[in-house]
Design a protein around this ligand. Structure first.
Ligand SMILES: [Fe+2]
Length: 469
């Protein structure tokens, strides 16, 4: 058995920050993050490589000059220190450094004591991360700065006095010193440019996403603007072509279902001449009422087919019961009451007619729960079933049957009005009765000033066209 009347699945709401952000900005945003990380890494690695290369070249250039003059400076200072003339040693040191203004010079003996230190006079700190770059030449770090250091022995006349250190900072250009700042800007720039570029090139994907979302809900007629990159435009074009084919196939399938429904409807009426035209009239009344309460075109079509097939379950009712002239006894009526569930099973088994199964099952339910087959009440009865119940009763009352004659329209409307709230949905019954008393639709009361009922609805036009034919 199918569930309660099954509406078409609703399209998801446009809201949802995460979904919206994901569909529009997801890929560009992820690419921007990646581009930012890659840009920062490349800038840092490349910048550090340039800095290292620059310092290495600078160290090699300075190393040669300091090595050439360092030996003579060490000899002169050695002689001065050996004779105990520290002032002379310092003077020699300052004079020798005029050609190397950025260079510091100091002498340390074997015990680590600083014998001479110019120009600052402060004890020279030890280098860290020392690397040898040639004979007596080293590079190392003090704080954030890198230095070149030349170490040469200082000898007296008889004994070695210590070691001469010539230390020169390895400078880098200002832009190299600010490599982290540039890397950060490169990161931001590449991320922003990547986001803007991909957003622009993929902007057609937003529309395509909506089109495919609607297609998944059975709407093959939505189209997306063909914008963005060539590949995106091509995919959109191909998608549109596929949707055209799918729409044609869906229309054809729908047509087959409708034809099947009409053929099934005719098989019911062929068995009983007294009910000939009953299904069509029920469909007309049901559609009139549904139009009045604002059904969509799609829901109206489902209701029309459901009303045409509401008694399809009677094919399962034996002829001696179905065609019996006069009233049914209790046992026969119990058999007849099986037809809603039989109709539900028949229609639920046919793809494309499953939505109508609820109408077949529920058209004999009553508002107060005293109906059959399930005895559900009120809003638990599918709306289409409540509409069909009124239409079914109105036609049954106003047409001739084997066991009764046709009832006048006014009297039938009085009965529906009286049973509103017990048998029928009170709101629907009120609307239906008002429509007919106001001369609206098929089998409506004619107002004194109305000579003929004017077809107002598509259902009425259908009936009138059938009459004229
Ligand atoms: Fe029925």
């Amino acid at each position: 058995m199918s569930s309660a009347f099954r509406p078409k699945p609703a399209l998801p709401r446009a809201g949802g920050v995460r979904k919206h952000f994901s569909s529009i900005c997801g890929l560009p945003f992820q690419a921007a993050i990646l581009a930012g990380v890659v840009g920062f890494t490349l800038a840092m690695v490349g910048g550090n490589f340039l800095v290292a290369a620059h310092r290495s070249a600078q160290a090699n250039d300075a190393k040669s000059a300091l090595q050439r003059h360092g030996a003579s400076i060490a000899r002169e200072i050695g002689r001065a220190l050996d004779s105990g003339d520290d002032i002379q040693a310092a003077t020699l040191a300052r004079r020798s450094l005029k050609a190397y203004p950025d260079t510091d010079i100091f002498v340390v003996n074997q015990t680590g004591e600083v014998l001479l230190d110019t120009p600052t006079g402060l004890p020279a700190p030890h280098l860290k991360e020392v690397q040898s770059i040639g004979e007596n030449a080293f590079t190392g770090w003090v704080g954030e700065g890198q230095y070149l250091e030349i170490k040469l022995p200082v000898r007296g006349r008889l004994l070695p006095l210590g070691t001469l250190h010539l230390r020169q900072p390895l400078h880098v250009p200002a832009w190299m010193a600010s490599i982290k700042v540039y890397a950060t800007w490169a990161c931001l720039g590449s991320a922003i440019l990547t986001f803007l570029y991909l957003s622009y090139m993929l902007r057609g994907m937003v529309g395509l996403h909506k089109v495919l979302e609607r297609a998944s809900y059975g709407d093959f007629y939505a189209r997306a603007p063909q914008v963005g990159a060539f590949e995106v435009r091509r995919v959109i074009q191909r998608t549109h072509e596929a949707l055209v084919c799918m729409a044609a196939a869906a229309d054809e399938t729908r047509k087959v279902y409708v034809e099947t429904a009409l053929a099934l409807s005719k098989t019911i009426e062929a068995k009983d001449r007294y009910t000939s035209g009953h299904n069509q009239r029920v469909a007309v009344f049901a559609v009139e009422l549904a139009e009045k309460i604002g059904f969509s075109e799609e829901r109206l079509e489902t209701l029309r087919l459901g009303a045409l097939l509401h008694d399809i379950g009677k094919v399962a009712v034996p002829d001696n019961v179905l065609l019996k002239p006069g009233f049914l006894n209790d046992e026969e009526f119990a058999v007849m009451k099986r037809h809603p569930m039989a109709g539900d099973r028949i229609l639920a088994a046919i793809p494309g007619l499953r939505d109508m199964a609820d109408i077949a099952r529920s058209h004999h339910e009553k508002w107060d729960g005293s109906g059959y087959p399930l005895g559900v009440a009120g809003d638990s009865i599918p709306l289409e079933g409540r509409i069909c119940a009124i239409a079914d009763a109105y036609d049954a009352l106003t047409t001739k049957r084997s066991y009764k004659s046709a009832m006048p329209l006014e009297q039938a409307l009085d009965i529906i009005e009286k049973d509103a709230g017990t048998h029928f949905d009170p709101e629907l019954a009120k609307i239906f009765v008002a429509m007919k008393r106001n001369g609206v639709g098929y089998k409506a009361l004619k107002k004194p000033e109305c000579k003929e009922v004017v077809a107002e609805t598509s259902a009425e036009k259908e009936i009138q066209a059938a009459k004229e034919a």
